[in-house]
Ligand binder design. Structure first.
Ligand SMILES: Nc1ncnc2c1ncn2[C@@H]1O[C@H](COP(=O)(O)OP(=O)(O)OP(=O)(O)O)[C@@H](O)[C@H]1O
Ligand SMILES: [Mg+2]
Length: 353
């Protein structure tokens, strides 16, 4: 060993940077000690018109420039084949460059509870090929990690709790006890994407088939105007080719889809997940019913959704169900992942002292 190398090694071990990354079908979220960034999980592959070389535009830039034309490679939750894994590798590689994420880092990845072994193996291969996480990497269920973003932080790992994760392509419910996921269920029949499709159809009906917006626009309307707390009438007008001016009330086109979504969601939790939990583990079922349900995921960002869902589920279950959510539900799994990375790096460094 050259002189000074020991010192250098010691110094580098002190500077391990904890990072949390949640990879979802719609949003990828990165959290470090100072910041959280949200990027759309998509890539646009195209040939450069000048050089003829293949180039890749990723994330928010690709979503803004190409809308539905960009490829959302994780629609099933994880890569399903080598091509999707390759796009994921390019996507994460570009984000690492963009946000200057260091190699000497400890990275916890938050991923959905998919059963697909192929998907998980492809994901593991991708993370082994990218340049961050030299000091260590872990992969955990994202709903579970979302609970770590609550004010109590890592302490919740010792407890029994229920998380409902409202994503874009899926809804996931997880019952956990002492750091272990006891039961999880996923459905694609309740999802943010479905609401976008219903909003698009409502607008089509309202304008008597004059206006057929794309799904990216429907999602933007939902994200901007969905509000179950205060009702605001928002009118939109468009000038259509050969059809003249057409107006519709966006708020009315959004409210019904959200209400249908909440009904389906409550049915999924109360009529499918909880009965299964009662059958497989009655004591955990009793414990989670006596506590608050934890809500995470992008759809929880809708103002008033948490309270409305609490009311619907309370009436379905004949009990007083309360819901809590971390401060920033869309980023909660990444923040929880960061909390775990931070815990690991702090304990490692304490042991080294
Ligand atoms: N401010 C907002 N208001 C309303 N809806 C929102 C808001 N922010 C995000 N969403 C919706 O939340 C969904 C995305 O949630 P999230 O980021 O948790 O999904 P994901 O984890 O990427 O997807 P999946 O869990 O299906 O893999 C989308 O339907 C999006 O439109
Ligand atoms: Mg998700």
């Amino acid at each position: 060993m050259k002189t000074g190398e020991g010192e250098k090694e010691k110094e580098s071990s002190v500077k391990i940077v904890p990072i949390g990354i949640k990879v979802g079908s719609q949003n990828t979220v990165i959290t470090t000690s100072d910041w959280t960034e949200i990027e759309t999980t998509c890539v646009k592959e195209r040939s450069n018109l000048i050089t003829g070389e293949t180039e890749y535009i990723v994330g928010n830039e690709a979503a803004e420039m190409f809308g539905d034309g960009a490829e959302y490679m994780l629609r099933g939750g994880l890569p399903g084949n080598e091509e999707e894994a390759d796009l994921l590798r390019r996507f994460l590689g570009r984000l690492i460059e963009k946000y200057d994420l260091p190699e000497n880092s400890y990275v916890t990845y938050a991923i959905p509870a998919v059963e697909s072994e192929v998907g998980i193996n492809l994901f593991k291969k991708v993370v082994s090929q990218i340049s961050i996480g030299w000091s260590g990497k872990e992969i955990w269920n994202d709903s579970f990690l979302g609970a770590l973003a609550l004010p109590g932080g890592i302490e919740i790992v010792e407890k029994t709790f229920l998380v409902i994760n409202l994503g874009s392509t899926t809804t996931e419910v997880v019952a956990a006890r002492k750091g272990e996921v006891l039961l999880s269920a996923v459905t694609g029949a309740v999802s943010g994407d479905l609401v976008d499709r219903w909003v698009k159809n409502e607008i089509l009906n309202e304008t008597r088939a004059a206006l057929n917006i794309d799904l990216a626009t429907a999602r933007k309307y939902k994200e901007k105007y969905a509000n179950l707390k205060s009702w605001e009438n928002v009118q939109e007008s468009v000038q259509l080719f050969r059809k003249g001016k057409s107006s519709f009330k966006i708020s009315e086109c959004i409210i019904k889809p959200i209400e249908d979504y909440l009904e389906r969601l409550a049915d999924f939790v109360c009529l499918e997940f909880l009965p299964e939990l009662a059958e497989t583990n009655f004591s955990v079922y009793k414990q989670v019913l006596a506590k608050e349900f934890i809500l995470v995921g992008g759809m929880v960002e809708i103002p008033g959704l948490r309270e409305k869902l609490g009311t619907i589920m309370s009436s379905q279950l004949g009990a007083n169900v309360t819901m809590i959510c971390p401060e920033n539900p869309v980023a909660a799994p990444a923040k929880g992942a960061y909390t775990l990375s931070k815990y690991r790096t702090t304990t490692t460094q304490e042991q080294e002292k």
